[in-house]
Design a protein around this ligand. Structure first.
Ligand code: SF4
Ligand code: SF4
Length: 363
């Protein structure tokens, strides 16, 4: 069956509508800044040519949309420190190449340290069951992944697994957006909100953005027509001065999100202050294990002694994540820093802005 969200004729119609609106006030003499909060949206916007098409009219900013990219340098150093202590690390593949201040997991593997790549956090149960070694899962992720990490903890408790813990580096998106608008100087005219995160949290957590800041939001899917619908929604909302949270991904995102997944998160985790790359410490934007699960907290189980760590010299990942600069403004982009020789995390992860710019080009 034909996928109507890849339908060219619908996309052309949408683009014509947006073209027309962009000739009218308030767009005629200024460029709009739209921030996408999902690495896969960054990829879609570049890959399908939206960035080039709207050049000089719409400036797309890559926000804090990739969980690996927003992990602070200090937290990456904690991961490396755990590997150096000799515990077995279980992690999503993207983290392996991210350079810490002095080393990366990839280098630690070459030195003989044990690192298992997992695709599902629940795989850690089997890994821990098959070894007597301590296993630490590096719990990086947004609301999309966090319910599965909560299940991992509940299962580990039920199965009385003693040699498994997690390094809790999880972050929540709406708090970060609020912080971005309150604390970081930014001129954002609209947000393209993440599809998968919204499956869990629903529409409500974004409402503060139009209500308090007057900035429109649209929840979008990832196909070309989805992106066209998102752009058309933001431009129309700005034109009519009616900012709302417009859910254009209703085939997947329900108004209230996934209530049972959120209950699972609530049961296992509680809010905590956490450091984001590019943002610094953001109050109540991270999650830590509730006291009754604290024996699964690797920070408590092991003596991780890492001081604050500087960003890699010359790397502007922090500014890219905060929407202040584009990857191509980094002097290292595509020169010293490439996917084979990444200097910052945004060049490592598939969802990272620098990697997307490198792969799909800007011009
Ligand atoms: S998990 Fe989904 S919503 Fe979140 S950043 Fe990745 S692609 Fe976007
Ligand atoms: S191009 Fe490389 S060094 Fe520059 S911001 Fe991106 S990841 Fe960092």
């Amino acid at each position: 069956m034909k996928n109507k969200f890849k339908d060219n004729s619908q996309l052309i119609q949408l683009l014509q509508q947006v073209d027309k609106l962009l000739t009218l006030s308030p767009f005629a003499d200024r460029q709009c800044n739209f921030m996408e909060i999902c690495g896969t949206h960054t990829v879609s916007i570049l890959k399908y040519g939206f960035r080039n098409y709207f050049k000089k009219r719409i400036n797309f900013l890559s926000g804090p949309g990739c969980p690996v990219c927003v992990t602070s340098q200090k937290d990456i150093d904690k991961v490396i420190s755990l590997a150096q202590m000799g515990v077995r690390i279980a992690t999503f593949g993207d983290l392996i190449k991210v350079p810490g201040s002095k080393s990366s997991l990839e280098e630690q593997m070459a030195l003989g340290k044990e690192v298992n790549v997992v695709y599902n956090p629940l795989d850690c149960l089997k890994i821990a069951d098959e070894t007597d070694e301590e296993v630490v899962f590096i719990a990086v992720g947004f609301e999309t992944t966090i319910p599965v990490i909560a299940s991992l903890i509940l299962d580990a408790k039920k199965l009385r697994i003693e040699n498994l813990s997690i390094l809790p580096l999880m972050k929540t998106i709406p708090t970060a957006l609020n912080f971005l608008l309150t604390n970081l100087e930014n001129e954002i005219d609209g947000f393209i909100c993440p599809g998968h995160v919204s499956v869990i949290i629903g529409e409500r957590p974004y409402k503060i953005i139009p209500e308090k800041y007057g900035i429109p939001c649209v929840i979008a899917g990832f196909e070309p027509v989805d992106i066209g619908l998102a752009i058309e929604s933001l431009v129309s909302q700005i034109r009519k001065h009616t900012p709302i949270v417009d859910n254009r991904y209703k085939r997947v995102v329900k108004e209230k999100g996934n209530i049972s997944a959120r209950r699972l998160i609530e049961e296992v985790f509680e809010k905590t202050d956490v450091e984001w790359r590019g943002f610094g410490e953001v109050p109540a934007s991270g999650l830590k294990l509730r006291e009754k699960f604290s024996k699964f907290d690797a920070e408590k189980k092991f003596n991780i002694n890492v001081k604050s760590s500087p960003e890699p010299e010359g790397c502007i990942c922090g500014e890219v994540i905060a929407g202040k600069k584009q990857p191509v403004e980094c002097p290292l982009f595509a020169k010293k820093c490439t996917p084979d020789t990444p200097i910052g995390p945004c060049m490592v992860s598939y969802e990272g802005a620098c990697s997307a710019f490198y792969k799909y080009g800007e011009e």
